[in-house]
Design a binder for this molecule. Structure first.
Ligand code: ATP
Ligand code: MG
Length: 222
């Protein structure tokens, strides 16, 4: 009975952690179709799933084209870490930058930045997706991202996904020099996984079209 109560309490704590993490959908590695992505090193992902990288304060960078499962993997790791009651915070890159920008307007920038420095693991998802705000009188997205990654570097894990090449980060983030300093930090103590393979979204779209007896859609990725 006591054990049952403790179990329920723990479940509620874990559910609370997951809600606070900012991930909206529960993804797991159990539902990840590894055979679909044959060039992806499954053991590298299973190694990440041990969450040892959080203890060793390593960063994680997952790159690859759209729909290859980058966000799925980091969302699954977030869920897993919450299951072990670890403090994790997730945001898409555009939302993280928007959140920090809002702090410039109301004087809470430093407090917000500290809030992002605190968790044992943060996920910055989808670097390269979506339009970043840019104003000449304010720090660039590159400045904010660099500050955050630099402050966390070697003391807490930062996991990032991107579907643009690292060489394109400067243009995307608005500052070539600072943007180049980010992968430089990451190179020092990080696990880099590149997913070179097909899009699962396109796979689903083709499957759906087939089920409906329609012509399968064709897409070209740049
Ligand atoms: N190998 C896979 N097995 C099962 N589901 C997958 C797999 N790869 C991707 N998916 C699913 O396909 C959808 C797209 O995947 P995901 O969002 O992870 O792609 P992504 O690489 O982050 O793409 P983007 O660069 O556009 O953000 C998600 O619903 C995800 O759960
Ligand atoms: Mg993604």
């Amino acid at each position: 009975m006591l054990g049952e109560v403790a179990g329920h309490k723990r479940e509620r704590r874990i559910e609370g952690r997951f809600k606070e993490s900012g991930v909206k959908e529960k993804k797991t590695l159990e539902t990840f179709d590894f055979p679909f992505q044959p060039k992806l090193d499954r053991s590298a992902i299973e190694n990440l799933a041990t969450l040892r990288f959080i203890d060793t304060h390593e960063d994680v960078l997952i790159t690859g084209k759209a729909g290859t499962g980058k966000s799925h993997i980091l969302k699954a790791l977030t869920l897993r870490a919450c299951g072990y009651e670890r403090l994790v915070r997730y945001a898409r890159c555009v939302d993280l930058i928007d959140h920090l920008y809002a702090g410039l307007a109301d004087g809470t920038y430093e407090r917000r930045m500290r809030g992002w420095c605190r968790p044992e693991m943060i996920v910055i998802d989808d670097v390269g997706l979506g339009q970043l705000k840019r104003r000449d009188d304010e720090p660039t997205a590159a400045h904010m991202l660099f500050t955050l990654i630099d402050r966390r570097h070697m003391t807490a894990s930062t996991a990032i996904t991107s579907n643009i090449k690292l060489s394109a980060w400067g243009k995307y983030l608005g500052d070539t020099t600072l943007a180049a300093a980010i992968p430089d930090r990451l190179a020092a103590n990080s696990i880099h996984i590149d997913i070179d393979g097909p899009s699962y979204r396109q796979h689903l779209a083709r499957k759906r079209a087939k089920e409906q007896g329609l012509e399968p859609p064709t897409y070209e990725q740049p």
